[in-house]
Write a protein that binds this ligand. Structure first.
Ligand SMILES: Cc1ncc(COP(=O)(O)O)c(C=O)c1O
Length: 423
């Protein structure tokens, strides 16, 4: 068996053929490091399970929108799932094709719709009647017909963190299940829209298949009703959301997940004599475990109640712990012969919520390098400049080659768009 992309040699962390210590020395910290091999392997897990079936994979750009990362997927023939005009620009700059793009999102602007229509995206995943009205008007003004799918809220519980559960009645997303049939009739009657599909996305970091199957069964029931009304549904988009292992989670293996979903939809197609295309929109499960965030220990600070390891990465670099109470494994890059202690690993930002890991047992000294694992998804993309902290650099390792995917930001860049008052 080949070595995993992230592995240790004599106790020191390597990313493919490159030592993490060397990466930090050359590019500084905090530093996001992605493995091309890990990205490619995750892609193949999806693509191989889809092979020979009417299924395609649209990478959710929001999870990691770095151009080099998107380019890896574009070269592999990926489609993309976007939520803004900015993400469309990224996909095109990374070598993706508009005709393989689905446009999701609850608040698309008229400008974004226009740009996407002109580029020729495959489908708009629409979430409300006002959005249908807007898209119909924008398409009409351009003399085009917009391909649409309605994002239906199937009201199933994905059993994940409330902030990343999106398919419940109480969430802002999608058309309510009970309104969906009528909304399809409304969409079908609009002159500048063409109904092509149906979609849902029930949440993120989902570690069981059952909620997907519940959602799919509800969608299929609806598809039969919509088609009985004379509106053809050519594709079913099951969204993204498959979880990864951050700690001790046991999500289904990607291939098994894909096959189970396809089997369910194909069985319904066989029963009703209607085969349809199936779209997947994975983000986290493609990129999450293909990235780490390297950070250096600045100070070890014994506290009255606990010890703190103050590192040079912060909540502005990786927001997930502060935002979702999320767990990321944190490991020293190299072993050290000192007594292990329990630390809260925290950043330098002036917020008590600025923590990256709690109660971690680590044998470390100031100056040591730590790897925050599983940081490839919703990591850099959620980073900010809070406390006027330039955003981290991103590198993509490919064997023994290191590609600078994004240069470290400078303070000068942060100030560039601002002006003091005139005299
Ligand atoms: C519509 C849609 N599709 C796909 C995704 C990707 O989800 P994940 O990264 O959990 O696979 C999201 C994430 O929130 C989403 O909102």
């Amino acid at each position: 068996m080949t070595q995993p992309a992230f592995h240790r040699i004599d106790g020191t962390l390597y990313v493919e053929g490159v030592c993490a210590n060397d990466l930090a020395a050359q590019f500084g910290t905090p530093l996001y490091v992605y493995s091309r091999e890990a990205l490619t392997a995750a892609w193949h897990a999806y693509a191989d399970a889809c092979a020979g079936r009417r299924a395609s994979v649209h990478v959710a750009v929001k999870a990691n929108s770095n151009l080099a990362v998107l380019n890896v997927f574009a070269r592999l023939g990926a489609g993309f799932d976007i939520v803004s005009g900015g993400e469309l620009a990224r996909v095109l700059a990374a070598g993706g094709k508009a005709e393989n793009v689905v446009f999701s999102g609850v608040g698309k602007t008229a400008d974004d719709m226009r740009t996407a229509l002109e580029a020729g995206v495959k489908c708009f995943n629409v979430e409300s009647i006002p959005e249908l009205d807007r898209l119909n008007a924008v398409a009409g003004a351009l003399g085009k017909k917009a391909p649409v799918s309605l994002r239906v809220n199937p009201d199933v519980d994905p059993k994940t963190h409330p902030y990343i559960s999106t398919g419940l009645k109480a969430n802002k997303f999608g058309v309510a299940f009970d309104d969906a049939r009528a909304t399809y009739r409304t969409a079908a009657a609009m002159p500048h829209l063409e109904v092509v599909g149906i979609d849902c996305h029930i949440g993120s970091q989902i570690t069981e298949i059952a909620p997907y199957l519940d959602a799919i069964d509800k969608l299929l029931e609806l598809v039969d009703q919509i088609e009985a009304d004379g509106v053809q549904i050519h594709h079913i988009d099951v969204g993204g959301g498959l979880g990864i292992r951050y700690d001790d989670e046991t999500p289904p293996e990607i291939g098994a997940f894909v096959r189970t979903v396809l089997d369910r939809i194909e069985a319904h197609g066989a029963k009703t004599g209607r085969a349809r295309d199936v779209f997947f929109e994975p983000g986290r499960s493609l990129v999450g475990n293909a990235g780490v965030l390297l950070t250096r220990v600045e100070f070890l600070k014994p506290g009255a109640e606990k010890n703190f390891a103050i590192v040079d990465a912060a909540m502005n670099d990786l927001a997930r712990p502060a935002m979702y109470d999320a767990y990321h494994a944190i490991e020293p890059v190299a072993g050290r012969n000192v007594a292990a202690q329990t630390y809260d690993v925290v950043g330098p930002v002036c917020e008590s919520g600025d923590w990256l890991g709690r109660a971690r047992t680590l044998a470390i000294e100031p100056g040591d390098l730590l790897a925050i694992r599983s940081a490839g998804a919703y990591g850099f993309v959620m980073s900010s400049n809070y406390n006027t902290r330039p955003r981290a650099a991103e590198v993509l390792v490919d064997g023994t080659h290191v590609h600078v995917a994004r240069a470290r930001e400078t303070v000068a860049q942060l100030l560039a768009g601002e002006q003091i008052l005139p005299d």
